[in-house]
Design a protein around this ligand. Structure first.
Ligand code: UT7
Length: 327
């Protein structure tokens, strides 16, 4: 039997502070009704003083380790997908490595925005083909609330903070990752970007005044590209896996907009129970969205061993991708 990468533990961490749609009515010209119907979002969680990306990531990692029944020193590699690291250097992955005491692990961050966790799973899968007895910790973790312009109604209603983690190892039991597909189109980068705080230009007070440290998005255009790319990457995954839409036991899409998810559900002909949704609670948590969803699905008991799971994501860059696995 072929050796494949299986997930043996999942975990997540969500900050306690909740922002309701009604709270946003105080900040920008919006309404609870508009946000619910246009996005499906009802609440999002955000960090408070002292809570950081690496702390959330570390907590998610500890929960995943506990489920896997592993000690931190059993981890050989830590990959953190994020676009909101604590600082440019060191990586969040190194901070997590220290915080959890994963003394044997290599560690690096991966920048692929909302598709980052799926990129991370694909990298872990490649690594485990060389070292099938190793354990790889893949985390998606974001503190987007610090990169959101709370005066921009086009973006501030959408995003939330959180972290999710998964631990992978090699196994020969017919389960595990069946296919992964990764894509990008950098020509469309400026439809969804944080233009400031990089090294392209000197960071000046004028830049900060202009809000270049915040997420800027052409929502309507991103929406159109997201629908097209997610549909195509979903079909591509099904074809490579040799599955039909109805074979999917659980579809776990990136939680960016309920209307996008609903479009994909209908396109696949899936019943509502087969699509995992938690966007109403957390909004769009970028790289953390799929691992948080996966952990919630896992802990709720709906993921039986061997279940066919298809995960798809799309985000800034643009990046998009899929991972199909037998749970
Ligand atoms: O995670 C990465 C991938 N991200 C995505 O896939 C997100 C993709 N985009 C979206 O989810 C949606 O485009 C949004 C939720 C951001 C916006 O929804 P939309 O249906 O595309 O709205 P729109 O931008 O076309 O705007 C429709 C109207 C506009 O008013 P006019 O010009 O028609 O008078 C907007 O100004 O809605 C207005 N609007 C709002 N109204 C109330 C935009 N934002 C808001 C708001 N509250 N928060």
């Amino acid at each position: 039997m072929e050796t494949r990468s299986i997930i043996i533990g999942t975990g997540s961490a969500i900050p306690k502070k909740i922002i309701h749609n009604k709270d946003l009515e105080e900040l920008v010209d919006t309404s609870d009704e508009w946000i619910r119907t246009r996005t499906g979002i009802v609440t999002r969680h955000v960090v408070e003083e002292g809570e950081t990306n690496s702390r959330l990531a570390g907590e998610a990692a500890k929960n995943a380790l506990e489920m896997a029944g592993l000690s931190p020193v059993d981890i050989n590699l830590i990959i953190v997908a994020t676009l909101t690291p604590d600082m440019p250097m060191p990586s969040v992955a190194c901070l997590v490595q220290d915080a959890i005491g994963a003394k044997q692990a290599g560690a690096f961050d991966l920048a692929a925005t909302c598709s980052g966790f799926l990129y991370g799973l694909a990298m872990a899968d490649g690594y485990l083909r060389i070292h099938p007895d190793h354990h790889v910790l893949v985390i998606g973790s974001e503190v987007l609330s610090r990169r959101v312009n709370w005066k921009d109604r086009g973006t501030c209603i959408l995003f939330g903070d959180g972290a999710g983690a998964a631990i992978l190892t090699g196994a020969e039991n017919g389960r595990g990752i069946v296919t992964s597909h990764l894509h990008a189109d950098g020509s469309l980068w400026d439809l969804l970007a944080i233009r400031g705080l990089g090294t392209r230009e000197e960071v000046t007070p004028a830049q900060l005044e202009a809000g270049l440290q915040f997420i800027e998005m052409n929502g309507r255009e991103v929406f159109k590209h997201a629908v097209r790319a997610l549909e195509s990457v979903t079909m591509e995954a099904l074809e490579t896996a040799g599955w039909k839409g109805e074979d999917i036991d659980l579809f776990v899409p990136h939680q960016a907009n309920m209307r996008i998810i609903e479009h994909l559900r209908q396109r696949l002909g899936l019943s509502e129970e087969k699509v995992f949704i938690n966007i109403h609670k957390y909004g769009n948590t970028s790289a953390a969205s799929i691992p948080i969803a996966l952990d919630e699905a896992n802990r709720s008991g709906i993921l039986k061993p061997g279940a066919k799971v298809l995960m798809v994501a799309f985000g800034g860059g643009f990046t998009w991708g899929s991972v199909a696995m037998k749970w």
